[in-house]
Design a protein around this ligand. Structure first.
Ligand code: NAP
Ligand code: ZN
Ligand code: ZN
Length: 350
Protein backbone atom coordinates (compact mmCIF):
# COMPACT_ATOMS: atom_id res chain seq x y z
CA UNK A 1 0.00 0.00 0.00
CA UNK A 2 1.15 3.57 -0.53
CA UNK A 3 -0.14 6.88 0.77
CA UNK A 4 -2.32 9.15 -1.36
CA UNK A 5 -3.69 12.62 -0.58
CA UNK A 6 -7.18 13.78 -1.36
CA UNK A 7 -10.36 15.49 -0.23
CA UNK A 8 -13.07 13.40 1.37
CA UNK A 9 -16.45 13.51 3.07
CA UNK A 10 -16.04 11.88 6.49
CA UNK A 11 -19.78 11.24 6.65
CA UNK A 12 -22.96 12.21 4.79
CA UNK A 13 -23.68 15.97 4.82
CA UNK A 14 -20.16 16.82 6.10
CA UNK A 15 -18.13 19.30 4.01
CA UNK A 16 -15.19 17.72 2.20
CA UNK A 17 -11.82 18.05 3.96
CA UNK A 18 -8.23 16.86 3.34
CA UNK A 19 -7.57 13.15 3.89
CA UNK A 20 -4.53 10.89 3.58
CA UNK A 21 -5.42 7.31 2.63
CA UNK A 22 -3.91 4.13 1.15
CA UNK A 23 -3.87 3.07 -2.50
CA UNK A 24 -2.81 -0.42 -3.58
CA UNK A 25 0.66 -1.08 -4.95
CA UNK A 26 0.49 -1.46 -8.75
CA UNK A 27 -0.04 -5.02 -9.98
CA UNK A 28 1.16 -6.45 -13.32
CA UNK A 29 -1.68 -4.90 -15.33
CA UNK A 30 -2.01 -1.66 -13.36
CA UNK A 31 -1.35 1.89 -14.46
CA UNK A 32 -0.37 4.51 -11.86
CA UNK A 33 -1.82 7.88 -12.85
CA UNK A 34 -0.78 11.31 -11.60
CA UNK A 35 -4.13 13.08 -11.51
CA UNK A 36 -3.96 16.56 -13.06
CA UNK A 37 -7.68 17.43 -13.20
CA UNK A 38 -10.96 16.05 -11.92
CA UNK A 39 -14.44 17.26 -12.86
CA UNK A 40 -17.22 17.75 -10.32
CA UNK A 41 -20.29 15.75 -11.34
CA UNK A 42 -23.66 16.24 -9.67
CA UNK A 43 -23.45 12.52 -8.80
CA UNK A 44 -20.49 13.35 -6.52
CA UNK A 45 -22.82 15.56 -4.48
CA UNK A 46 -25.65 13.00 -4.44
CA UNK A 47 -23.26 10.36 -3.12
CA UNK A 48 -21.24 12.47 -0.66
CA UNK A 49 -24.60 13.47 0.86
CA UNK A 50 -26.10 9.98 0.67
CA UNK A 51 -29.07 11.24 -1.35
CA UNK A 52 -29.70 7.96 -3.18
CA UNK A 53 -30.40 5.96 -0.03
CA UNK A 54 -33.77 4.77 -1.46
CA UNK A 55 -31.95 3.00 -4.28
CA UNK A 56 -28.42 2.28 -3.10
CA UNK A 57 -26.76 0.22 -0.44
CA UNK A 58 -25.03 2.11 2.33
CA UNK A 59 -22.47 4.74 1.34
CA UNK A 60 -18.85 4.08 2.27
CA UNK A 61 -17.14 6.82 4.32
CA UNK A 62 -14.68 8.42 4.30
CA UNK A 63 -15.57 9.03 0.63
CA UNK A 64 -13.16 10.57 -1.87
CA UNK A 65 -15.48 11.49 -4.78
CA UNK A 66 -14.50 12.16 -8.38
CA UNK A 67 -15.01 10.12 -11.56
CA UNK A 68 -13.99 12.56 -14.28
CA UNK A 69 -10.27 11.92 -13.88
CA UNK A 70 -7.62 13.17 -16.31
CA UNK A 71 -3.91 12.73 -15.74
CA UNK A 72 -0.58 11.43 -16.92
CA UNK A 73 0.82 7.90 -16.56
CA UNK A 74 3.48 7.88 -13.87
CA UNK A 75 4.33 4.16 -13.80
CA UNK A 76 3.09 0.88 -15.30
CA UNK A 77 3.04 -2.72 -14.09
CA UNK A 78 5.25 -5.32 -15.83
CA UNK A 79 2.54 -6.69 -18.14
CA UNK A 80 0.93 -3.41 -19.22
CA UNK A 81 0.85 -3.12 -23.02
CA UNK A 82 -1.66 -0.34 -23.68
CA UNK A 83 0.02 2.62 -21.94
CA UNK A 84 3.48 4.08 -21.35
CA UNK A 85 4.84 6.55 -18.81
CA UNK A 86 3.89 10.07 -19.93
CA UNK A 87 0.66 9.16 -21.79
CA UNK A 88 -2.35 11.45 -21.24
CA UNK A 89 -5.04 9.18 -19.81
CA UNK A 90 -8.45 9.25 -18.17
CA UNK A 91 -10.59 7.24 -15.78
CA UNK A 92 -14.37 7.49 -15.66
CA UNK A 93 -17.08 6.10 -13.40
CA UNK A 94 -15.79 2.56 -12.99
CA UNK A 95 -12.43 0.84 -12.53
CA UNK A 96 -13.30 -2.85 -12.95
CA UNK A 97 -16.11 -5.32 -13.68
CA UNK A 98 -16.43 -9.13 -13.81
CA UNK A 99 -15.14 -9.27 -17.43
CA UNK A 100 -16.94 -12.55 -18.15
CA UNK A 101 -20.71 -11.91 -18.06
CA UNK A 102 -22.69 -11.31 -21.27
CA UNK A 103 -22.78 -7.54 -20.69
CA UNK A 104 -19.03 -7.27 -20.07
CA UNK A 105 -18.36 -9.34 -23.20
CA UNK A 106 -20.51 -6.90 -25.21
CA UNK A 107 -18.48 -3.96 -23.88
CA UNK A 108 -21.29 -2.86 -21.57
CA UNK A 109 -19.23 -3.05 -18.38
CA UNK A 110 -21.38 -0.34 -16.81
CA UNK A 111 -24.24 -2.86 -16.79
CA UNK A 112 -22.10 -5.81 -15.57
CA UNK A 113 -24.54 -8.37 -14.20
CA UNK A 114 -22.08 -9.46 -11.50
CA UNK A 115 -20.70 -6.13 -10.24
CA UNK A 116 -19.37 -3.01 -11.85
CA UNK A 117 -16.64 -1.68 -9.53
CA UNK A 118 -17.40 2.04 -9.28
CA UNK A 119 -14.47 4.47 -9.05
CA UNK A 120 -15.45 5.48 -5.52
CA UNK A 121 -18.07 4.60 -2.91
CA UNK A 122 -17.67 0.92 -3.84
CA UNK A 123 -15.54 -2.11 -3.02
CA UNK A 124 -13.04 -3.72 -5.37
CA UNK A 125 -12.76 -7.48 -5.93
CA UNK A 126 -10.64 -7.78 -2.76
CA UNK A 127 -13.32 -6.00 -0.74
CA UNK A 128 -11.25 -2.82 -0.33
CA UNK A 129 -13.02 0.54 -0.64
CA UNK A 130 -12.40 2.46 -3.86
CA UNK A 131 -11.40 6.14 -3.74
CA UNK A 132 -12.04 8.62 -6.54
CA UNK A 133 -10.31 11.43 -8.33
CA UNK A 134 -10.29 14.32 -5.86
CA UNK A 135 -6.78 13.07 -5.11
CA UNK A 136 -3.21 13.15 -6.30
CA UNK A 137 -2.92 9.63 -7.74
CA UNK A 138 -4.96 6.58 -8.73
CA UNK A 139 -4.03 2.97 -9.57
CA UNK A 140 -6.24 1.35 -12.23
CA UNK A 141 -6.11 -1.80 -14.37
CA UNK A 142 -5.08 -0.81 -17.92
CA UNK A 143 -8.30 -2.26 -19.37
CA UNK A 144 -10.32 0.41 -17.53
CA UNK A 145 -8.10 3.36 -18.52
CA UNK A 146 -8.91 5.66 -21.48
CA UNK A 147 -6.65 7.50 -23.91
CA UNK A 148 -7.32 11.26 -23.85
CA UNK A 149 -7.44 13.46 -26.98
CA UNK A 150 -3.95 14.78 -27.85
CA UNK A 151 -5.26 17.88 -29.62
CA UNK A 152 -7.50 19.26 -26.84
CA UNK A 153 -6.71 20.72 -23.39
CA UNK A 154 -6.66 18.04 -20.70
CA UNK A 155 -8.67 20.08 -18.17
CA UNK A 156 -11.55 20.67 -20.61
CA UNK A 157 -11.61 16.97 -21.50
CA UNK A 158 -11.83 15.62 -17.94
CA UNK A 159 -15.66 15.94 -17.80
CA UNK A 160 -15.99 13.93 -21.01
CA UNK A 161 -15.35 10.87 -18.84
CA UNK A 162 -18.78 11.11 -17.23
CA UNK A 163 -20.80 14.05 -18.61
CA UNK A 164 -19.57 13.37 -22.16
CA UNK A 165 -20.16 9.62 -22.30
CA UNK A 166 -23.48 9.81 -20.40
CA UNK A 167 -24.91 11.88 -23.27
CA UNK A 168 -22.96 10.29 -26.13
CA UNK A 169 -24.21 6.78 -25.37
CA UNK A 170 -27.97 7.46 -25.53
CA UNK A 171 -27.55 9.87 -28.46
CA UNK A 172 -25.89 7.03 -30.39
CA UNK A 173 -28.21 4.30 -29.12
CA UNK A 174 -31.34 6.24 -30.14
CA UNK A 175 -29.67 7.36 -33.38
CA UNK A 176 -29.45 11.12 -33.04
CA UNK A 177 -28.32 12.54 -36.37
CA UNK A 178 -29.46 14.44 -39.46
CA UNK A 179 -33.26 14.69 -39.67
CA UNK A 180 -33.74 13.94 -35.95
CA UNK A 181 -35.18 16.47 -33.51
CA UNK A 182 -33.48 16.13 -30.15
CA UNK A 183 -34.33 18.03 -26.96
CA UNK A 184 -31.98 18.32 -24.02
CA UNK A 185 -33.68 19.07 -20.69
CA UNK A 186 -31.44 20.98 -18.24
CA UNK A 187 -28.37 22.90 -19.37
CA UNK A 188 -25.87 21.82 -16.73
CA UNK A 189 -22.76 19.64 -16.92
CA UNK A 190 -24.47 16.79 -18.73
CA UNK A 191 -26.86 18.97 -20.71
CA UNK A 192 -24.23 21.23 -22.26
CA UNK A 193 -22.35 18.16 -23.50
CA UNK A 194 -25.63 16.83 -24.90
CA UNK A 195 -26.01 20.01 -26.95
CA UNK A 196 -22.45 19.91 -28.28
CA UNK A 197 -22.53 16.19 -29.10
CA UNK A 198 -26.02 16.10 -30.66
CA UNK A 199 -25.07 19.14 -32.77
CA UNK A 200 -21.82 17.46 -33.86
CA UNK A 201 -23.84 14.36 -34.84
CA UNK A 202 -26.00 16.55 -37.09
CA UNK A 203 -29.29 16.54 -35.13
CA UNK A 204 -31.60 19.56 -34.75
CA UNK A 205 -31.12 20.48 -31.09
CA UNK A 206 -33.55 22.19 -28.71
CA UNK A 207 -32.71 23.14 -25.11
CA UNK A 208 -35.43 23.10 -22.48
CA UNK A 209 -34.13 25.13 -19.55
CA UNK A 210 -35.93 26.56 -16.54
CA UNK A 211 -35.50 30.20 -17.61
CA UNK A 212 -34.15 32.14 -20.60
CA UNK A 213 -30.90 32.99 -18.74
CA UNK A 214 -28.77 30.46 -20.61
CA UNK A 215 -30.23 31.10 -24.07
CA UNK A 216 -27.21 32.87 -25.60
CA UNK A 217 -24.86 30.21 -24.21
CA UNK A 218 -26.99 27.42 -25.64
CA UNK A 219 -26.88 28.93 -29.13
CA UNK A 220 -23.11 29.28 -28.87
CA UNK A 221 -22.85 25.61 -27.81
CA UNK A 222 -24.77 24.55 -30.93
CA UNK A 223 -28.47 24.61 -30.01
CA UNK A 224 -30.92 25.51 -32.79
CA UNK A 225 -33.80 26.38 -30.44
CA UNK A 226 -34.25 27.30 -26.79
CA UNK A 227 -37.36 27.37 -24.57
CA UNK A 228 -38.00 28.18 -20.93
CA UNK A 229 -39.95 25.52 -19.07
CA UNK A 230 -41.18 28.15 -16.58
CA UNK A 231 -43.38 29.39 -19.44
CA UNK A 232 -46.41 27.05 -19.59
CA UNK A 233 -46.83 27.87 -23.30
CA UNK A 234 -43.64 25.91 -24.01
CA UNK A 235 -45.55 22.69 -23.30
CA UNK A 236 -48.43 23.56 -25.65
CA UNK A 237 -46.27 24.98 -28.42
CA UNK A 238 -43.92 21.99 -28.53
CA UNK A 239 -46.48 19.17 -28.15
CA UNK A 240 -45.61 16.11 -30.33
CA UNK A 241 -42.34 17.68 -31.57
CA UNK A 242 -39.33 15.55 -30.70
CA UNK A 243 -37.90 12.19 -31.74
CA UNK A 244 -35.70 12.06 -28.67
CA UNK A 245 -35.62 13.88 -25.34
CA UNK A 246 -32.70 13.44 -22.96
CA UNK A 247 -33.62 14.49 -19.46
CA UNK A 248 -30.61 15.44 -17.33
CA UNK A 249 -32.51 17.01 -14.43
CA UNK A 250 -31.71 15.73 -10.94
CA UNK A 251 -34.84 17.28 -9.39
CA UNK A 252 -38.35 15.87 -9.30
CA UNK A 253 -40.08 17.41 -12.34
CA UNK A 254 -43.31 16.32 -14.08
CA UNK A 255 -42.09 13.73 -16.58
CA UNK A 256 -45.59 13.45 -18.12
CA UNK A 257 -45.38 17.05 -19.35
CA UNK A 258 -42.14 16.23 -21.14
CA UNK A 259 -43.40 12.92 -22.54
CA UNK A 260 -46.19 14.87 -24.25
CA UNK A 261 -43.53 16.71 -26.25
CA UNK A 262 -42.50 13.48 -28.03
CA UNK A 263 -43.88 12.74 -31.47
CA UNK A 264 -45.06 9.28 -32.47
CA UNK A 265 -42.55 6.57 -31.49
CA UNK A 266 -40.41 9.15 -29.70
CA UNK A 267 -38.36 8.26 -26.65
CA UNK A 268 -37.50 10.17 -23.52
CA UNK A 269 -34.28 8.93 -21.95
CA UNK A 270 -33.67 9.62 -18.28
CA UNK A 271 -30.09 10.24 -17.29
CA UNK A 272 -30.75 12.59 -14.34
CA UNK A 273 -31.19 10.71 -11.07
CA UNK A 274 -33.69 12.31 -8.64
CA UNK A 275 -33.63 11.19 -5.02
CA UNK A 276 -37.26 10.07 -5.03
CA UNK A 277 -39.61 8.22 -7.40
CA UNK A 278 -41.41 10.32 -10.01
CA UNK A 279 -44.95 9.31 -11.07
CA UNK A 280 -45.64 8.49 -14.74
CA UNK A 281 -49.11 8.37 -16.30
CA UNK A 282 -49.87 5.67 -18.85
CA UNK A 283 -51.72 8.11 -21.11
CA UNK A 284 -48.56 10.15 -21.75
CA UNK A 285 -47.03 6.98 -23.24
CA UNK A 286 -49.95 5.32 -25.01
CA UNK A 287 -51.09 8.49 -26.78
CA UNK A 288 -48.28 8.45 -29.38
CA UNK A 289 -46.72 4.98 -28.82
CA UNK A 290 -44.02 6.77 -26.85
CA UNK A 291 -41.22 5.19 -24.81
CA UNK A 292 -39.63 6.12 -21.52
CA UNK A 293 -36.09 4.80 -21.10
CA UNK A 294 -32.97 5.24 -19.01
CA UNK A 295 -29.26 5.13 -19.69
CA UNK A 296 -26.15 4.89 -17.54
CA UNK A 297 -22.77 6.27 -18.70
CA UNK A 298 -21.14 4.01 -21.35
CA UNK A 299 -18.75 1.06 -21.64
CA UNK A 300 -14.98 1.35 -22.02
CA UNK A 301 -15.05 0.81 -25.81
CA UNK A 302 -17.79 3.37 -26.32
CA UNK A 303 -16.07 5.87 -23.99
CA UNK A 304 -12.93 5.59 -26.12
CA UNK A 305 -15.07 6.02 -29.25
CA UNK A 306 -16.58 9.19 -27.69
CA UNK A 307 -13.12 10.59 -26.81
CA UNK A 308 -11.96 9.94 -30.39
CA UNK A 309 -15.16 11.54 -31.75
CA UNK A 310 -14.50 14.62 -29.57
CA UNK A 311 -10.88 14.80 -30.77
CA UNK A 312 -12.07 14.64 -34.39
CA UNK A 313 -14.83 17.23 -33.97
CA UNK A 314 -12.92 19.53 -31.57
CA UNK A 315 -15.53 19.00 -28.85
CA UNK A 316 -14.57 19.56 -25.21
CA UNK A 317 -16.34 20.94 -22.14
CA UNK A 318 -16.93 24.53 -21.02
CA UNK A 319 -15.25 24.56 -17.64
CA UNK A 320 -14.47 26.71 -14.63
CA UNK A 321 -11.19 25.54 -13.10
CA UNK A 322 -11.03 25.78 -9.30
CA UNK A 323 -8.48 25.03 -6.59
CA UNK A 324 -9.48 22.04 -4.46
CA UNK A 325 -9.96 24.30 -1.43
CA UNK A 326 -13.09 25.66 -3.18
CA UNK A 327 -14.77 22.28 -3.65
CA UNK A 328 -17.47 22.81 -1.02
CA UNK A 329 -18.33 26.22 -2.47
CA UNK A 330 -18.50 24.64 -5.93
CA UNK A 331 -20.98 22.03 -4.64
CA UNK A 332 -23.30 24.81 -3.45
CA UNK A 333 -23.05 26.56 -6.80
CA UNK A 334 -23.88 23.35 -8.70
CA UNK A 335 -27.00 22.98 -6.55
CA UNK A 336 -28.05 26.50 -7.58
CA UNK A 337 -27.48 25.70 -11.30
CA UNK A 338 -24.76 28.37 -11.12
CA UNK A 339 -22.04 26.65 -13.14
CA UNK A 340 -20.95 27.40 -16.70
CA UNK A 341 -20.90 24.43 -17.28
CA UNK A 342 -18.61 22.15 -15.30
CA UNK A 343 -16.28 22.75 -12.37
CA UNK A 344 -12.90 21.10 -12.79
CA UNK A 345 -10.46 20.82 -9.89
CA UNK A 346 -6.84 21.68 -10.63
CA UNK A 347 -5.11 18.96 -8.64
CA UNK A 348 -1.81 20.86 -8.42
CA UNK A 349 -3.56 22.92 -5.70
CA UNK A 350 -3.92 19.88 -3.44
P1 NAP B 1 -26.02 19.83 -13.09
O1 NAP B 1 -24.76 20.37 -13.67
O2 NAP B 1 -26.47 20.28 -11.76
O3 NAP B 1 -27.17 20.07 -14.18
C1 NAP B 1 -28.52 19.79 -13.96
C2 NAP B 1 -29.36 20.86 -14.66
O4 NAP B 1 -30.74 20.55 -14.41
C3 NAP B 1 -29.21 22.26 -14.09
O5 NAP B 1 -28.13 22.96 -14.66
C4 NAP B 1 -30.53 22.91 -14.46
O6 NAP B 1 -30.50 23.33 -15.83
C5 NAP B 1 -31.50 21.74 -14.37
N1 NAP B 1 -32.25 21.79 -13.09
C6 NAP B 1 -31.74 21.83 -11.85
N2 NAP B 1 -32.73 21.89 -10.92
C7 NAP B 1 -33.88 21.87 -11.60
C8 NAP B 1 -35.23 21.91 -11.22
N3 NAP B 1 -35.61 22.00 -9.93
N4 NAP B 1 -36.17 21.86 -12.18
C9 NAP B 1 -35.81 21.79 -13.48
N5 NAP B 1 -34.52 21.77 -13.89
C10 NAP B 1 -33.57 21.79 -12.97
O7 NAP B 1 -25.92 18.25 -12.94
P2 NAP B 1 -25.18 17.16 -13.88
O8 NAP B 1 -23.82 16.91 -13.34
O9 NAP B 1 -25.39 17.52 -15.28
O10 NAP B 1 -26.03 15.85 -13.50
C11 NAP B 1 -27.42 15.81 -13.71
C12 NAP B 1 -28.01 14.53 -13.16
O11 NAP B 1 -27.54 13.42 -13.90
C13 NAP B 1 -27.66 14.22 -11.71
O12 NAP B 1 -28.79 13.62 -11.09
C14 NAP B 1 -26.55 13.21 -11.83
O13 NAP B 1 -26.45 12.40 -10.69
C15 NAP B 1 -27.04 12.43 -13.01
N6 NAP B 1 -26.02 11.66 -13.72
C16 NAP B 1 -26.40 10.50 -14.29
C17 NAP B 1 -25.52 9.77 -15.02
C18 NAP B 1 -25.98 8.52 -15.70
O14 NAP B 1 -25.14 7.71 -16.09
N7 NAP B 1 -27.25 8.31 -15.90
C19 NAP B 1 -24.21 10.20 -15.16
C20 NAP B 1 -23.84 11.40 -14.57
C21 NAP B 1 -24.76 12.13 -13.86
P3 NAP B 1 -31.27 24.68 -16.29
O15 NAP B 1 -30.65 25.80 -15.52
O16 NAP B 1 -30.96 24.71 -17.74
O17 NAP B 1 -32.73 24.48 -16.01
ZN1 ZN C 1 -20.82 11.61 -13.08
ZN1 ZN D 1 -19.67 -8.48 -16.00
Amino acid sequence: MSKSKGYAASKAQEPLAPLTFERREPREHDVVIDIKYCGICHSDIHQARNEWSDYQEECIFPMVPGHEIAGVVKAVGGKVTKYKVGNKVGVGCFVDSCRTCAECKRGLEQYCSVATVWTYNARDKEGQPTYGGYSDRIVVDENYVLRMPENLPLDACAPLLCAGITLYSPLRHWQAGPGKKVAIVGLGGLGHMGVKLAHAMGAEVTVLSQSLKKQADAKRLGADHFHATQDPETFTKLKNSFDLIINTVAAKIDWNQYLNLLKIDGTMVLVGLPEKDVPVGAFALTAQRRSLAGSQIGGIGETQEMLDFCAKHGVSCDIEVIPIQKVNEAYERVLKSDVRYRFVIDMSTL
